[in-house]
Design a binder for this molecule. Structure first.
Ligand SMILES: Cc1cc2nc3c(=O)[nH]c(=O)nc-3n(C[C@H](O)[C@H](O)[C@H](O)COP(=O)(O)OP(=O)(O)OC[C@H]3O[C@@H](n4cnc5c(N)ncnc54)[C@H](O)[C@@H]3O)c2cc1C
Length: 298
């Protein structure tokens, strides 16, 4: 199956890309790595007259990290770059792990993290760790820039908070304290190279008294958008963690999702698996936090 006809445009910068989006409106689509977009084009799920390719914008390929300014992931940083980046692996292990098990190595060498979230699939692997780390999405529009908390970025399957003429420039994440622990758990019908049937990320930040000062639980593929389990987080927040509380929190997370049945899994099974994966992700995060805290004190 060939590709439908379209004009391919390479803007010189994001501002020009944004102006082109305004000029061509619904007849134009943005392309980063193309791993999602080209498949949709090939299947004629979309038939744009213009494809605005970002591949020439080298400045968007970089990943910057510093303790002070945090992590900045450019719109063209590939999944593999993120998975292999030493600072991402050390300080944002749930994100590095999620990126490392997204798709195949070939797709990870082409596909971007920003494309993964702009595609807005409820199952997007990098969405839940980005929610757990409170990432911000920096967006360019003809008049300048704005920042969208990732919690308000997803609006429905395939829908984001991006408005006409807007493109994502980068993702920004503040570095969690050294004592934080985080984890990503993915369940899919096949053990490898498969879209998640359920994905859960957790982050915990302990305080000096051994209580959990910050708790994040984010779930994917179990609602129209990747989402936080706010009620489940509250059960653990400001508490000393125990197996019982972790189980109660995981059960609450399962209550907060609204999974459908589809080719990948039955809705009831998905809900049950949220409970299992949330418990696992929380326990792993708490254990990592204990080890990190011991490391800080040594
Ligand atoms: C075989 C295969 C297996 C896959 N497995 C997985 C998997 O296991 N898990 C998973 O999560 N995904 C998977 N995917 C989906 C895909 O690879 C990822 O979503 C990838 O990260 C998309 O990035 P991209 O750069 O290729 O995006 P593109 O295809 O270029 O774009 C995707 C969407 O985002 C928009 N977009 C891209 N960049 C921007 C920007 N800067 N600003 C605004 N809009 C933008 C595009 O217009 C398009 O709508 C798989 C895909 C394939 C083909």
């Amino acid at each position: 199956m060939g590709l439908p006809k379209f004009s391919y445009i390479k803007p010189k910068n994001l501002k020009e890309a944004s102006a082109l989006l305004i000029e061509y409106g619904d007849t134009a689509r943005v392309m980063a790595g193309g791993t999602d977009l080209l498949i949709r084009l090939r299947h004629c799920a979309i038939t744009p007259q213009y494809v605005i390719g970002l591949s020439g914008l080298k400045e968007l390929e970089s990943i910057h990290y510093s303790n002070e300014s945090g992590l900045v992931i450019g719109a063209l940083a590939r999944l593999n770059q993120v998975a292999e980046h030493a600072d991402v692996r050390e300080r944002f292990p749930a994100l590095a792990h999620a990126a490392s098990i997204t798709a195949t190595v070939q797709i990870r060498n082409m596909g971007t993290v920003v494309g993964n979230i702009c595609n807005a699939a409820p199952s997007a692997d990098t969405a839940t760790p980005l929610l757990a780390y409170d990432a911000e999405v920096v967006v360019v529009h003809p008049g300048g820039e704005r920042t969208i908390p990732i919690d308000s970025f997803f609006r429905g399957p395939g829908l984001t908070a991006l408005e006409a003429g807007e493109l994502v420039k980068e993702l920004r994440i503040t570095v969690p304290p050294r004592s934080a622990g985080s984890d990503y758990q993915k369940l899919s019908a096949r053990s490898k190279v498969d879209i998640a049937a359920v994905g859960v990320s957790a982050l915990v930040v302990p305080d000096d008294q051994g209580r959990l000062a910050r708790v994040r639980i984010a779930m994917g593929a179990v609602a129209p958008v990747p989402l936080r389990a706010h009620r489940a987080e509250k059960i653990l927040e400001n508490q000393a963690p125990s197996d019982e509380l972790v189980r109660e929190s995981a059960r609450a997370a399962a209550d907060e999702c609204s999974p459908i049945s589809d080719v990948r899994a039955d809705g009831a099974y998905r809900r049950r698996m949220v409970e299992v994966l949330a418990e696992r992700a929380l326990k792993n995060s708490i254990q990592m936090a204990e080890e990190n805290k011991a490391g800080c004190e040594a």
